[in-house]
Every structure is written in structure tokens, then in C-alpha cells.
Write a protein that binds this ligand. Structure first.
Ligand code: 3HC
Length: 281
């Protein structure tokens, strides 16, 4: 069983992953190449833990222990003695492959290196290391502390031991796993992104975003409408995944809606930039 876990990338996903692991009682280190982002992220986690205490969802000693379980790493060398490292950085194959290569030379040889990628080939990421059998995809959902699911993806080289160890780890952090295949978008994004894309085509054809969202919320019991969800996930991320699905699977049904491309060109990435299909103060 793993005792020390490393998370790389302190954005929305990395922070959520680190919070969940530290809450489960495991020693966790979090790193981001941008020092400011890292300290903001740790502050955000502390704030969410304080709010959980205020809401009566966590007791004060649990909060204090969780804070003690979580530390900011100073650099990649701090990951040398981690049993498991979870990468949650930008969705870019070259940047991920460079990081995995570097981790491979730093982290002790028996440890597992996994990626939270939502769409990039695990087989290809694994091939950039000298331990491809110890690499796999472990895809969390946003917001990580709330969403129960983790999608697991084995690369061609992933061993049964690696898969079994990750299944036990996910049980330990109280997540439910499903097994996808190493194809763009895995399960969730393969289904979710074309649905959101279709909603954007309807906006392009003149339907109001609030009507589309109400239709899906009230008509199909989705917790958020597709356009609110698009703004939440990030329109840049959504466009990236659709482009990848379109390119790699080669079917017109994944063609990103031109309106989505325009929004991204305008810098309207959704909630994080204050404007997407809706405006955020
Ligand atoms: N971080 C941590 N906790 C959060 C949160 C966040 N960003 N946002 C909301 N929460 C917590 C709230 O604190 C609240 O906790 P409580 O029950 O302890 O008080 C709980 O979630 C419910 O929040 P709210 O009452 O404010 O709002 P909702 O009931 O509307 O729930 C939601 C918010 C959980 C985000 C819900 O709208 C939802 O499930 N939306 C769909 C999310 C989804 O589909 N995610 C998957 C996206 S796809 C993906 O991640 C893949 C990637 O690769 C693109």
C-alpha cells in the first residue's frame, strides 16, 4: 500500500486530488512549477477544509490532521521517495512526456507514475519512461472532492499489479472506479464532449443558453445544463478534447462547433476568465 503520494500540477484538478488524498489520511505533497499558483492552491484547500468544519462535515481534529498530511513540494526532487506520483498538468503530450521522463529518473524504481489526462494516449505517455508497466491513466472528475468517479485506463504496457494497486488506492480514497480503454476521451469525455458540442450548435442556431440548460436540467435531471458545465470545465479544455477526438477518431460527429472555436479565440474560456456562455462577476 502507498504511504507517500505526490501530485504534480496545482490547478483545479491537482488541488482537488491532493485534498482528497490528504483527507483519506495519506501523506501528500503537491507541486506546481508556478510557486504563486502552488501557494494559492494550498490556501484554497485549507479554506475548503475550514468550510467543511463550519458545515459540520468534518471535525476540527480531522481538518488539522488533513492540513498536516499535505505539504507543498519545493521541486521534483522531493518526489524521490513517493510510492505513487499523480500528474495533473496541462493537456499537452510533449510537456507530459518530458515530465514523465524526468520523474522516471528521480522517483524510486518501484513507484507508480500515473496521469490524470482526460484524453491523451496512456500507451504513448508510458513509452516515454523506462517503467511503462508502472504507468497508467487515473482520470478524476471535476470537482474532485465531490465527484465519486475515477476512470482507470491501462496502457498497452500496464501490468496487472499496477492496475490492482491503483484499484486498492482508489478504494482507500473512497472513489468508485470504472475501466475504460486507451482511446481518445476514454468513457466520460467521449460521451460528454459531443453532447456539449451539440448544445453549442443549438446556441449557434439561435437557441438561448438558459433554455438549453433548463431543458437538460429539468428534462433529463442533469445537475448542471451542458453550457454551464462547459463554462465550468473550461471552453479551451473542451475545444482541445473535441479537436483530439476529431483528429484521432476521424469522424465528423466530433467536429468542434465553430462558435466554440470563436469563443476560445476571444479568450472566453468560461468561469475561469469571467466569460463563457454566461458572465461571471
Ligand atoms: N470544489 C469542492 N467542492 C465543491 C465545488 C468545488 N469546486 N463546487 C461545489 N462543491 C461542493 C459544495 O461545497 C457542496 O458541498 P456540501 O454538500 O458539503 O455543502 C456540494 O459540492 C454541492 O454544491 P452546491 O450546493 O454549491 O451546488 P450543486 O448542488 O449545484 O452541486 C456540483 C455542484 C457538484 C458541481 C453539481 O452541479 C454537479 O455535479 N455538476 C456536474 C459536474 C460534472 O459533470 N463534472 C464532470 C465534468 S467532466 C470532467 O471533469 C472531465 C474533465 O476531463 C473535463
Amino acid at each position: 500500500m502507498f504511504t507517500r503520494i505526490g501530485v504534480i500540477g496545482a490547478g483545479q484538478m491537482g488541488a482537488g486530488i491532493a485534498q482528497v488524498i490528504a483527507t483519506a489520511g495519506l501523506s501528500t505533497i503537491l507541486f506546481d512549477a508556478q510557486t504563486d499558483a502552488l501557494s494559492r492552491s494550498i490556501e484554497g484547500i485549507h479554506k475548503r477544509l475550514d468550510q467543511a468544519v463550519e458545515k459540520g462535515k468534518l471535525d476540527a481534529s480531522g481538518r488539522d490532521q488533513t492540513k498536516r498530511n499535505l505539504a507543498a513540494a519545493k521541486g521534483l526532487n522531493d518526489f524521490a521517495d513517493c510510492d505513487l506520483v499523480i500528474e495533473a498538468i496541462i493537456e499537452n503530450f510533449e510537456i507530459k512526456a518530458t515530465l514523465f521522463k524526468e520523474l522516471d529518473s528521480i522517483v524510486k524504481p518501484d513507484s507508480l507514475l500515473v496521469s490524470n489526462t482526460s484524453s491523451i494516449s496512456i500507451t504513448r505517455i508510458a513509452a516515454s519512461t523506462s517503467r511503462p508497466e508502472k504507468v497508467m491513466g487515473v482520470h478524476f472528475m471535476n470537482p474532485v472532492p465531490v465527484m465519486k468517479l475515477v476512470e482507470l485506463i491501462k496502457g498497452l504496457q500496464t501490468s496487472t499489479e499496477t492496475y490492482d494497486a491503483i484499484v486498492s488506492f482508489c478504494e482507500r480514497i473512497q472513489k468508485t472506479t470504472v475501466l475504460g480503454i486507451d482511446t481518445p476521451g476514454f468513457i466520460v469525455n467521449r460521451i460528454l464532449c459531443p453532447m456539449i458540442n451539440e448544445a453549442i450548435f443549438l446556441v449557434q442556431e439561435g437557441v438561448r443558453p438558459e433554455d438549453i440548460d433548463n431543458a437538460m436540467k429539468l428534462g433529463t435531471n442533469h445537475p448542471m445544463g451542458p453550457l454551464t458545465l462547459a463554462d465550468f470545465v473550461g471552453l479551451d479544455t473542451l475545444l482541445y478534447i473535441l479537436q483530439l477526438l476529431h483528429r484521432e477518431l476521424g469522424e465528423d460527429k466530433y467536429r468542434p462547433c465553430p462558435l466554440l472555436t470563436k469563443y476560445v479565440e476571444a479568450g472566453w474560456f468560461g468561469k475561469k476568465t469571467g466569460r463563457g456562455f454566461y458572465s461571471y462577476a
